[in-house]
Design a protein around this ligand. Structure first.
Ligand SMILES: Nc1nc2c(ncn2[C@@H]2O[C@H](COP(=O)(O)OP(=O)(O)O)[C@@H](O)[C@H]2O)c(=O)[nH]1
Ligand SMILES: Nc1ncnc2c1ncn2[C@@H]1O[C@H](COP(=O)(O)OP(=O)(O)O)[C@@H](O)[C@H]1O
Length: 199
């Protein structure tokens, strides 16, 4: 039974966008996702939405109580606590995306990426994005994030950067168009959709 489940999963690819906050994971993931018609696995989170964030698109925003209930019921494939807030993706969401599509993407910190890699093995492709600390800080400031949020994010910068060495691919993201192009080329090698002119 378990073996069959894993065989079914093996038909699909999960692309994980990881790297420090402010490295551009969300921006790049959305652009590449659109190019390939690739759906996002949306995380559940206990933190409140920021201005402009849409429930069900950016995250599924839920209370701590609901999160605890879901966790008790074993709904999460992976669940982590970051700076006092809970983040997790549901097994159901991953399984349903993978049964309906040949790929899906998700944005995770290094802990989440490691857990998915352990579960799904070579079907998981980790795309590590990075910029220098100051640029990551500036981008988050320009985005309007509160200083305490930026400071918390930056306190994880070094440990997130150290995850680069185990990821399947790494991209410096200073030019959004260039990064998106490079990642599109990389994904095309896995998905073979005939989207990219290889000349
Ligand atoms: N492990 C794990 N990490 C997540 C999940 N959802 C989001 N993250 C990451 O958790 C970190 C904290 O996110 P947050 O401070 O809310 O900033 P955001 O990236 O703007 O949403 C970011 O690096 C997210 O990419 C999840 O379901 N699991
Ligand atoms: N290559 C880039 N050049 C300039 N700004 C960028 C670039 N990539 C992303 N950004 C901007 O930086 C901010 C943070 O990007 P975001 O995708 O939210 O990062 P993350 O999801 O890694 O925290 C956003 O305002 C985004 O538009």
């Amino acid at each position: 039974m378990l073996v069959r489940l894993y065989e079914k999963r093996a038909a699909s690819q999960i692309f994980i966008f990881t790297g420090p906050d402010g490295s551009g994971r969300k921006s790049v993931a959305e652009a590449v996702g659109q190019t390939f018609g690739m759906e996002k696995i949306v995380s559940f989170v206990t933190r409140p939405p920021r201005p402009g964030e849409v429930n069900g698109q950016d995250y599924c925003f839920i209370s701590h109580e609901t999160y605890r209930t879901m966790e008790r019921q074993g709904e999460f494939l992976e669940s982590v606590e970051i700076d006092g807030q809970h983040y997790g993706i549901r097994s159901l969401d991953v399984e349903s995306k993978l049964s309906q599509h040949d790929c899906a993407y998700v944005i995770l910190n290094r802990e989440g990426a490691s857990i998915l890699k352990k579960i799904y093995g070579e079907k998981v492709v980790r795309l590590f994005l990075y910029v220098d600390r100051r640029t990551a800080e500036e981008r988050q400031f320009n985005l309007g994030l509160a200083n305490e949020v930026i400071a918390k994010h930056l306190s994880h910068y070094d440990e997130e950067m150290a995850y680069r060495s185990v990821c399947e691919h790494a991209f410096e993201n200073y030019d959004l168009g260039q990064t998106t192009f490079e990642i599109t080329n990389t994904l095309e090698q896995y998905l073979q959709r005939g989207l990219v002119d290889k000349d």
